[in-house]
Design a protein around this ligand. Structure first.
Ligand code: SF4
Length: 434
């Protein structure tokens, strides 16, 4: 497969070599270019012989550049190929539990190993073949894997894919080649917790030191499960039992490998009503993106920010919203902040998720509709503070496609969004600039 050039970065090595928009890149140093990984990997060298086509005629260009300098070609899509979707039908898939009518991109079930390297996505390995794994090993690419269980039969059942069990062999192959893996386990009560979770963590620890980290996250169960496998959320005691299993394994790994390897998601501590672990538990926060250690990190940063903040500020009253799970955590933060800054009045409101169902308790899945319904008519003070995770990454739009401006108009108050960063959090509460 060849890729048509859609842009050439001015002054780049490709530009200097006279490559033009519309040329077709066929190979680099004799290697066929099929996607962005081929392009990045084979173009890393300092001397490139490019085979191209223009107007049906083949020609070659030699490019000399510094090693790892960008060649400077642009293509129609970021991957230079179609995004690969998954071939599973997992019993816990969140996409299957979403209501109809949300924005189309939210329904795409991606499972593309290339996005694991480029964006940190987690992949199941189920749509990969031996040659794909060989390429991963040749390119020395670390990978993020959705493991869920190392019991082959159970993995087939959970993922509704009869090949999901045998694909576990790739974990060993990747580890044997010296690459590192971050793993993820979506834990479902009565299915892959208990003894099954112990087995999975034991099997993964047998691949040490090539397992960088394992996040165990609780399954999200919405109200849209009609016709789907019967799943329910964890109870308080079950969440505690999951934490016990992971913490015991983590302590064992720490002694042997100087890393805990496995970490429960913050949600488990909230569900179980347990204290968050101390800062050192999270090491260098390898599973932050999976919701592991976010609250501990936020707490620590707010404490640091409080140490250095200006206490001479005017009175201010704000309303801070979150999901119901972390409501008491934020109330405690608000209490500590107002102890040092008594001129602040922070009202914390945990928004009940009517959109997906009350069992969905995380802040990132709160919609504008629920915010408006539950805050309308309440005294909200000077500003409404929301976590940025409620919005699209690149636009001030909520999951239900309402915008921040819609919320501001409906509630008659300005809205300020802040990242999971303690300094930004305190700035938002104090009304200062970041
Ligand atoms: S791999 Fe499973 S959970 Fe992920 S998108 Fe596919 S069906 Fe859903």
């Amino acid at each position: 497969m060849a890729a048509a050039v859609t842009g050439v970065v001015p002054r780049s090595p490709a530009f200097r070599a006279g490559i033009k928009c519309g040329d077709v890149l066929v190979s680099v140093n004799g290697h066929e270019i099929n996607d962005v990984l081929d392009y990045m990997f084979y173009c890393a060298e300092d001397r490139l012989v490019l085979l191209l086509e223009r107007g049906g005629e083949s020609f070659s260009k030699t490019v000399i550049k510094s090693e790892y300098d960008e060649l400077g070609l642009e293509f129609k899509s970021f991957l230079m190929d179609e995004k690969r979707s998954c071939c599973n039908n997992c019993i816990f898939c969140f996409i299957d539990q979403m209501p109809k009518g949300m924005r189309e991109t939210l329904y795409f079930k991606d499972d593309d190993a290339r996005l694991s390297f480029l964006q940190g996505n987690y992949v199941t390995l189920t749509n990969l073949q031996d040659k794909d794994i060989d390429r991963i090993c040749e390119m020395r690419l670390n990978i993020n894997v959705s493991v869920h269980t190392t019991n082959p039969e159970l993995r087939c059942m959970m993922m509704h894919n009869r090949f999901a069990g045998e694909k576990l062999k790739y974990l060993k192959k990747i580890a044997d080649s010296g690459l590192m893996m971050n793993c993820q386990i979506v834990c479902c009560p009565g299915i892959n917790d208990g003894k099954e979770l112990e087995r999975t963590l034991n099997d993964l620890s047998a691949l040490m030191p090539n397992i960088q980290s394992v996040a165990v996250v609780p399954v999200g169960v919405t109200k849209f499960r009609e016709g789907l496998y019967p799943l329910r959320p964890f109870t308080k005691d079950e969440a505690g039992a999951v934490i016990d299993i992971i913490e015991a394994k983590a302590a064992e790994c720490l002694e042997k490998w100087e890393t805990r390897m496995c970490f429960p998601a913050d949600e488990f501590y909230l569900l179980a009503g347990r204290e968050l672990p101390p800062t050192e538990f999270y090491e260098d926060y390898p599973q932050y993106e999976n919701g592991v250690g976010l609250l501990r990190s936020l707490y620590d940063e707010v404490m640091q920010a409080l140490e250095v903040c200006d206490t001479d500020i005017p009175p201010r009253r704000v309303t801070l919203v979150t999901g119901t799970a972390a409501e008491s955590f934020h109330k405690e933060l608000a209490r500590i902040i107002t102890e040092k800054l008594p001129q602040l009045d922070i009202q914390v409101v945990g928004i009940v998720n009517h959109f997906f169902g009350e069992t969905i308790t995380v802040a990132g899945l709160v919609t504008a509709g629920d915010l408006i319904d539950q805050l309308k008519g309440r005294e909200l003070g000077d500003q409404l503070l929301i976590p940025k995770v409620m919005l699209k990454a690149d636009e001030p739009i909520f999951l239900d496609d309402l915008s921040v401006s819609d919320v501001e108009r409906e509630l008659g108050i300005s809205v300020r969004a802040s990242r999971n960063d303690g300094f930004e959090y305190l700035d938002a509460v104090m009304g200062t600039e970041i």
